[in-house]
Design a protein around this ligand. Structure first.
Ligand SMILES: Nc1ncnc2c1ncn2[C@@H]1O[C@H](COP(=O)(O)OP(=O)(O)OP(=O)(O)O)[C@@H](O)[C@H]1O
Length: 578
């Protein structure tokens, strides 16, 4: 075994030996963050076990494996050097081959992610063969040690909720076939709870001993995630003695949440990853990447109702959801069907919207800046929010008939749709999202107002949402603002609202209730669709909180990076697609 030294880039070399890598001999170096494989066989002076004259004369290839993208190292069955395809001339075999008789395994595999297509990840393995058992053990131990780098915050124990009811009811199969094997390979222990009813995940999270786990994972849709998030935030606030009163300051939970998409819309995952591929999401959890996600607190007038994450919408999307609730048997197709019905009804609702604009430096919904992994806007916003800097002082001029008072802007009118997007809300039907330039962690919401218009005009707007290159806001009857707070007052306030039957439970300063049963008795009004939950009370107030929750994930990668092991030899590696 060679003595420690520095590699060419200055990184400390922890181990260096000649190993066999994809049937070729290679100088292999382990640093704290990389495994460097030099397959041009030029033995270094530190390795005296090789006969330099025996080096094959293939061209030089250096492969750098980023350990941040390696999630497991595992011993393999012993590999006989004789069975490998060396073509050394007689008398030129390197002397390490003579040690093949020793006991125990002499081979290990390194499991790392690979990018197979836009935003989709899979994993592959690379086999390394050592001269003997002892060398193999040293490599295994040293690599395992590096993979435990505390900065990478990789989870070891997870509490997983699997919703067998949402989407196409495939969550249990997705978890067992695609996710569990990856977690096991990465050495993650997961306690699995199959949800048995609505709010099951929320109730468990409220009481579970969270100190025993490194993260929460839900296998389901946006609704399942919303329940989990609400349970966690309620609990965190309660433990910090924060009453969830009007415009309260919620406390950020220390535990992270991951989502494996298995719902109908999966807008959170699509907005965070770029697709709703369960394997990609599982691999992002395994790697332990973290990112902050904005959360919006929702109030019925001044009474706190819940936290939302994706989109809250009144009018078209509210009517659509209300109609689709009785059509769950249709699966995700119900949204297309109910969407068509709501479109032909072409209703507009009267009311007044009030909003507090984000400051100019927070950017604009039409600035075409997509929130990619490592987004600078979100990074800056996260820093500002930590420093508790108020961004409400600078308010730009706005047009479209809005009046300004006390920093609040007000627009009265009749609206086909009023939507608030806390994130871009990508999904199959809206590949770039409801608001493509919305950010995941900038502490802002995009407010989209579609004034009363004809069916044809509304269709133009809707079609542009499905077109990933078009600007869905470029119409005189559509206005879009980046806001921090928002409220809606219908012109015909319902006098009486049925507070609903069903489950109630004391939460910190509020009563958990099946909000969907709150019924407005006024047909002049629409309903709110908040994260896919129906709220039949029109007067709502929203306030966004910058990066309130920490998620497992890294955001949408701007462009497919090169495959980490970029040499022809790795093509024979194990492919998780197989
Ligand atoms: N065993 C169960 N039986 C009935 N409902 C359940 C059960 N487990 C969970 N639920 C409820 O199912 C609801 C819908 O789940 P989920 O949001 O995951 O799927 P979805 O609505 O199809 O997807 P999306 O929200 O992405 O459109 C959740 O609100 C959850 O409370």
């Amino acid at each position: 075994m060679a003595t420690p030294m520095n590699y060419e880039d200055g990184e400390k070399v922890l181990l260096s030996t000649v190993l066999q890598y994809h049937n070729k001999l290679a100088n292999v170096f382990l640093t704290p963050t990389q495994l460097i494989v030099e397959t041009s066989f030029k033995p270094r002076s530190h390795d005296d076990t090789l006969d330099a004259r025996s080096a094959p004369s293939s061209g030089p290839t250096t492969t750098v494996i980023d350990l941040k993208e390696v999630f497991a190292v595992r011993p393999e069955r012993r590999v006989s050097f004789k069975s490998t395809r060396f073509h050394f001339k007689s008398g030129q075999k390197p002397c390490l081959l003579a040690e093949e008789q020793s006991e125990g395994t002499n081979a290990f595999s390194l499991y790392q992610i690979k990018r197979v297509s836009k935003f989709r990840w899979r994993h592959k393995s690379a086999l390394f063969v050592c001269r003997d058992y002892g060398t193999c053990q040293i490599w295994l131990n040293k690599i395992e040690e590096q993979l435990k780098n505390p900065e990478w915050q990789r989870p070891k124990r997870l509490l997983v909720f699997v919703n067998p009811y949402g989407g196409k009811k495939r969550a249990p199969k997705i978890f067992n076939d695609k996710v569990r094997p990856l977690f096991e390979l990465a050495g993650i222990y997961s306690e699995v709870i199959i949800t048995k009813r609505q709010y099951h995940a929320r109730d468990v999270v409220y009481d579970y001993d969270l100190k025993t786990i490194d993260g929460l994972v839900c296998v389901g849709g946006d609704g399942t995630f919303s329940e989990l998030l609400n349970g966690l935030l309620d609990r965190t606030n309660s433990e910090a003695n924060v009453e969830q009163t009007f415009r309260h300051k919620p406390v950020s939970p220390s535990i992270r949440i991951g989502i494996i998409p298995a719902g109908s819309t999966d807008a959170v995952v699509c907005s965070m990853v770029g697709n709703n591929d369960p394997v990609t999401s599982a691999l992002q959890i395994v790697l332990g990447d973290s990112m902050g996600l904005d959360v919006t607190a929702l109030y019925k007038k001044e009474e706190f109702l819940k936290y939302t994450l994706t989109m809250s919408s009144y009018g078209y999307y509210g009517d659509l959801l209300k109609d689709s609730e009785n059509l769950r048997w249709m699966g995700p197709q119900r949204y297309t069907y109910s969407g068509a019905k709501a479109f032909f009804a072409n209703r507009a609702y009267e009311g007044e919207v009030s909003f507090l604009l984000a400051s100019e430096e927070d950017s604009h919904p039409r600035d075409h800046s997509i929130c990619y992994s490592g987004c600078e806007k979100c990074r800056q916003a996260g820093l500002k929010s930590q420093q508790a800097v108020s961004l409400r002082d600078v308010l730009p001029e706005i047009d479209n008939g809005a009046t300004v008072q006390d920093g609040w802007h007000r627009v009265k009118g009749r609206f086909c749709a009023i939507s608030l997007a806390t994130m871009s809300c990508r999904c199959d039907l809206a590949p770039m999202g409801i608001s493509s330039a919305a950010h995941l962690g900038d502490g802002c919401m995009d407010l989209i107002l579609v004034q009363e218009c004809s069916r044809l005009q509304y269709l133009h707007h809707l079609l542009r949402i499905t077109d990933n290159k078009a600007d869905q806001f470029d119409f005189e009857y559509v206005q879009v603002y980046r806001v921090k707070e928002f409220s809606f007052q219908p012109m015909n306030e319902p006098e009486d609202a049925d507070e609903g039957e069903g489950e109630e439970r004391e939460g910190c300063g509020r009563r958990w209730r099946q909000h969907s049963r709150m019924k407005s008795k006024n047909d002049m009004n629409s309903v709110w669709n908040c994260d896919g939950e129906l709220l039949e009370f029109p007067s709502l107030y929203f306030q966004v909180h910058c990066q309130l929750v920490k998620m497992f994930g890294r955001g949408i990668e701007e462009q497919s990076k090169e495959v980490t092991i970029s040499c022809p030899m790795c093509c024979g590696g194990y492919d998780s697609d197989k």
